[in-house]
Design a protein around this ligand. Sequence first.
Ligand SMILES: [Zn+2]
Length: 510
Amino acid sequence: MTLAVLKSRSLIGIQAPVVRVEVHLTSGLPCFTIVGLADAEVKESRERVRAAIQSSGFAFPCGRLTVNLSPADLPKESGRFDLPIALGVLLASGQIEMPELMVRYDDTAYKPTLANWVFAGELSLSGVLVPIAGAVSIALAVARDDQHACLVLPSQSADMAARVPGVQIYKALSLIDVVRHLTGAEQLPHATPKESLAPTLNDHCLSEVKGQLFAKRALEIAAAGGHSLLMSGSPGVGKSMLASRLPGILPDLTEAESLEVASIAAFSATNHHFVWGARPYRCPHHCSSASAILGGGARPQPGEVTLAHKGVLFLDEVPEFDRRVIEGLREPLEAKEVCISRARHRVTYPADFQLIAAMNPCPCGWRDHPEKHCSCRPEHIDRYQKHLSGPFLDRIDIKINVGEIDHSWLNLPAGEPSSSVRVRVTRARNIQLSRQGCANYEMNSSSLDKYCQMDLEAKKLLAKTVQAMRLSARSIQKIRKVSRTCADLDGADLIAVSHLGEAIQLRHKH
Ligand SMILES: [Zn+2]
């Protein structure tokens, strides 16, 4: 009777709690069972483990084999337990000689020599390791819990996880590689971060947007303070063009933010489009379901709001989105995360994205156009605009109309390039970070009172505007935050009347 105990990691949202893989072999009628509330996929792992062990030149033990994945109440989807189970089987059957790992059934003293080793990897029938989802989250959790931990991952997943500091990561191509490493025959190579290309900013340069000075200024302010932005204007005025230029003028991601973005990108086991350090830009179609945007499914998967974490979520023709999507956006816009509850567990995904929304002024798009005729009936226009509820609109910091382009725009010189706008944006963002430790959009009411000090003239203008426009408390907060950003772009300590005036102008209802 022998028992082998190894460690692996489960995945709940972006958390990766410890899972103990216990493999127990005893004489008796041959059978192989996996217990511990394992999902169907883990049960399939039984067949993969059996085939992989045999393909790797080992014998599958004859006897009563029980695998326990504990704790039992953790959800354990995916085949990432294949590798620790296979190693456990080989250890328990004495095919790997590592006596310090083995625990005799009647031994009271458990010697956790391999306690700081963590294994995760799905096996193919031939014994080759295939990439797993969530490798970066696993590495982050291992590094946080145990400073001396060693993590063994499939080769392709290991390189992405190698960016995580404070954990030794070995990359393995197959089961036999891992066995050779454990027995001291041949060392596994250390994973090294893949040199990825620096994000290119010239693909979508702001200089290609001619004219539209007001909209470009609004975009710069939105970028500097991380503010959400709603643009209203006729088709073809350049709303999508402006939105796609936003990632190019945003400040660089910090190392910690890059890791967060990478851990979300690693949810897809084979993500070939991921560029280290680039801010995500997501533009889902308006037909997308609520679970595609907000996240969901029987096994909750991250939605667009999470995939856009630390980046930009662009919703074109926002009134065309399902009402549930629009209302569902209120939670992540406020809390910067989404919580998905299912019968057996609750998953929280980060969702700190910058929302850029665009809409037409009416269903046909030509209302208030100087030349084209609008064919919409008043009740249709009303219904279209009411699709965006007051509470949703209240959560958007900047609301602007994007005007028609003048016929002479072709002759205009190229605008300012993204790279120089980005310098100003980064400078303003650094002022915010050193003053209050966060960007202006994240300020709570106590830091608003502390850091949004206005001069006397500005105070008078705010009081007048509140009365004239009957602003809600949330609207006043938004105006104060945006005016703080305008002052930061100016390098001013005190918010002046010009900064406040600009912020009020940027909150005009269409
Ligand atoms: Zn119309």
